[in-house]
Design a protein around this ligand. Structure first.
Ligand SMILES: Cc1ncc(COP(=O)(O)O)c(C=O)c1O
Length: 409
């Protein structure tokens, strides 16, 4: 639903401006107090000028705010800023990243439909499609994100409605060929959904590569300071309108307070992504040379098997990497327990460096076979590099490696 704010904000063609400018300016609005920083608007309902005004706004025939579940100026500003940064016509905010997937499914899928997903997506995303949506008669087929074009095409059925990928995947850092998948989707009348949580529009703009819907778990890099949860889906206006109707009817809406935090955080996103990348690259180089590390997974390493594809669709890498410690679950857990500075927590992309053992946390509800095909082995650790001095991180990691290896010797 268009609000009064849309008229001002959408007048500007953000494509003329660089991403850094869009990050601080798009979706900017003022209320009657002429403030410069966007205000946090806290109100559940809005006053109508007369009965006709209420009827027109409820019916969507007149722009304006109606009720907090589906209209709030702060949430709207956040949506407009993300749409401008992703280069899409519109965006709709939700209460979490998972609520994005639920909203997409309720809007676009029916019993008897089929969805193709990349293996190795965030564990809960795989579980949503494999359990709850299956119970409603939606079939899901999983495929390795690196599979060749012919293999992807061979999975397309007459009832296939969506292709859903995460690029890069969390935690294995595999990359989907977004251009190629979008051409398969287009040729077969399917929509391509890309989870862009890891790269953010700073490093990857899937819509420009042909994706139809772009999903974010906004509590990751968009917030960037580990404060709150939320989600956002960007896409062309007509498609987003369908999703917004689900939001209005079902109610997984974003809190205006969280939207305000996200809106302000977007202003520093381009700068923060550079710092995450710089620190993660330093740590990736150090881990690659470490004798207690079997293998490292980071899109920024030169020997990543998909480095050409990465260079063609990402302009940077961010702070998330995974590695396999020599040994198994015992060594991984000992390593985790010996860390003194780095936090053992499952969120990612914070100013603070965080580590997790995916096999027993984020991917713990998957079957052993599902974890196997996702590459989530017992010796895998995922680390999200923050803004501490990399020298301090190296000291912490080194003493933890020594503790883990000493006891397994
Ligand atoms: C790539 C990715 N997509 C989606 C989600 C789900 O988001 P949320 O936790 O906000 O529901 C996550 C959560 O970690 C994620 O990493």
């Amino acid at each position: 639903m268009e609000t009064e704010l849309d008229r001002g904000a959408m007048d500007r063609d953000w494509r003329r401006y660089s991403l850094a400018t869009r990050a601080v300016r798009a979706g900017q609005y003022q209320d009657v107090s002429d403030q410069h920083s966007e205000p946090l608007v806290l109100t559940s309902s809005y006053v109508f000028s007369d009965a006709e005004d209420a009827a027109e706004k409820f019916a969507g025939r007149r722009p304006g705010n109606v009720y907090v579940r589906f209209t709030n100026p702060t949430v709207r500003a956040f949506e407009q800023r993300v749409a401008a940064m992703e280069g899409t016509g519109d965006a709709v905010a939700t209460s979490s990243g998972m609520a994005c997937y639920m909203t997409v499914a309720l809007a676009l899928l029916h019993p008897g439909d089929h969805v193709i997903l990349a293996e190795g997506m965030f564990g809960t995303t795989s579980r949503l499609f494999n359990t709850y949506l299956r119970n409603f008669g939606v079939a899901a087929t999983f495929i390795n994100v690196n599979a060749g074009r012919d293999e992807w095409i061979s999975l397309v059925q007459s009832n296939t409605k969506l292709i859903v990928v995460e690029s890069p995947t969390n935690p294995m850092m595999q990359v989907a060929d977004i251009r190629d998948l979008s051409s398969i989707a287009r040729e077969n009348g399917i929509l391509l959904v890309v989870d862009n949580t890891l790269c953010t529009p700073v490093y990857q703009r899937p819509h420009e590569l042909g994706a139809n819907l772009i999903v974010h778990s906004a509590g990751k890099y968009i917030d960037g300071q580990g404060r709150c949860g939320g989600g956002i889906i960007a896409g062309r206006e007509g498609l987003v309108a369908q999703l917004r109707d689900v939001l209005r009817t079902v109610g997984p809406s974003l809190s205006p307070y969280n939207a305000w935090l996200f809106l302000k955080s977007l202003e520093t996103l381009p700068i923060r992504m550079q710092e995450h990348t710089r620190n993660a690259s330093t740590l990736a180089g150090w881990l690659m040379r470490h004798p207690a590390v079997d293998k490292i997974y980071y899109t920024g390493v030169r020997d990543h098997p998909q480095s050409e594809l990465i260079a063609s669709q990402q302009s940077g890498h961010g702070g998330l990497l995974s590695f396999r410690i020599r040994g198994g679950r015992r060594e991984a857990w000992r390593f985790l327990d010996a860390l003194k500075l780095i936090s053992n927590t499952t969120n990612i992309r914070d100013t603070k460096t965080m580590i997790t053992h995916p096999a027993t946390t984020t991917h713990g509800r998957l079957s052993a076979a599902e974890r196997g095909s996702a590459g989530v082995s017992d010796n895998l650790l995922r680390i999200s590099i923050g803004f501490e001095d990399p020298d301090d991180l190296v000291l912490d990691l080194e003493q933890a490696f020594q503790a883990a290896m000493k006891r397994s010797a």
